[in-house]
Design a protein around this ligand. Structure first.
Ligand SMILES: [Zn+2]
Length: 331
């Protein structure tokens, strides 16, 4: 009986040690040692020390490669699976914090960016959400009546109610965020003037010259399931065209937010219209996808170390496999 127990425990630990896929694609947004109000309430970004620890752990289990090598060999069975390090949204810290670390460690990364924001004259709507929350959380914050009205809340709504409502504002109703900013006397333009949020075109060029990748992440980071298939394609295509026109990479693109619910016909059109496009990326963790050119990434900003995140995802994959839930089916 005891023997059987150990056998089972041993088998389980063996399963734990084996990584279930032939590759891993971790995704980060930013790495910063400073407090970033525009990201703090929407992204659990890591410090440079935490990020370095992640890289050191991943280097023991995976072989970091550039996008070309990844495209050629990612599905080959090898002892040390490939890792393609990815960043999304083109935040400014990539140049000042991330690139120096990666250069020192000799690790490649590719950043999927939104061309709409590289002039730093606007920001993705979720960043506005973060700035509004930052303001609401301020201990001196007094809720103006107009804010409760904009959020369709009754008078004397709690800060928690306000934050829940603000967090729920979607891409298609993002104009509401500008109204709220007026209610609470917050100027996004002033914030943009005083804080460089995004990599600009010179930064992108510098980063590419240093050997890193820059590629498409849609034009302005919409929540794609809210758009018609036609508008999904238009928004994505505009960002791929920007990469083409400016000499950046067009071999891969990453979907903003989530690829959940995206239809097979959308993928078909995207790959037919862009012959150079080799793969697209989602962020559903370790999963297969019925669109075999759509690869899923592992989000690394859930408040866990890479070691814990990867071990959890790995075990969870094996569990999902038992219930046939480790593959996304698209129609
Ligand atoms: Zn993004």
């Amino acid at each position: 009986m005891l023997k059987l127990f150990f056998k089972k425990a041993n088998a389980f630990s063996l399963i734990q040690k084996r990584f279930p896929l032939d590759y891993i694609i971790p995704v980060y947004h930013s790495v910063a040692d400073s407090y970033l109000p525009h990201l703090k309430h929407i992204i659990n970004y890591k410090s440079s020390l935490e990020f370095e620890k992640d890289l050191d752990y991943m280097s023991t289990r995976f072989n970091f490669v550039d996008v070309q090598t990844f495209i050629k060999n990612h599905d080959k069975k090898i002892n040390k699976p490939y890792a393609l390090l990815t960043f999304d949204d083109g935040y400014n810290e990539f140049r000042d914090v991330v690139v120096p670390i990666l250069l020192r460690k000799g690790i490649y990364a590719i950043n999927y960016i939104n061309p709409a924001f590289i002039k730093n004259d606007d920001m993705m709507f979720r960043l506005k959400v973060s700035l509004i929350i930052e303001r609401i959380l301020n201990k001196d914050f007094m809720t103006p009546d107009s804010l409760q009205k904009s959020l369709m809340l009754s008078n004397n709504a709690s800060k928690k109610d306000l934050i829940t409502k603000v967090k729920a504002i979607s891409y298609t109703s993002r104009h509401l965020l500008n109204q709220i900013s007026i209610d609470i006397n917050l100027s996004f333009d002033d914030y943009l003037k005083n804080n460089k949020i995004y990599l600009n075109i010179d930064d992108l060029q510098y980063i590419q010259d240093k050997g890193f990748g820059i590629s498409a992440h849609s034009w302005d980071h919409p929540y794609l399931p809210e758009l018609s298939i036609n508008d999904q394609i238009k928004n994505i295509q505009r960002s791929i065209d920007f990469m083409e026109e400016n000499g950046f990479s067009t071999e891969s693109m990453a979907f903003p937010f989530t690829d959940f619910g995206l239809k097979r016909s959308m993928f078909n059109t995207l790959f037919e219209d862009n012959r150079n496009l080799k793969f697209t990326l989602g962020t559903a963790g370790l999963k297969f996808d019925s669109v075999d050119k759509n690869l899923q990434r592992v989000p690394m900003e859930n408040g866990f170390s890479a070691a814990d995140e990867i071990n959890f995802e790995s075990n969870y994959f094996h569990l999902k496999k038992i219930f046939n839930k480790n593959k996304i089916t698209r129609r």
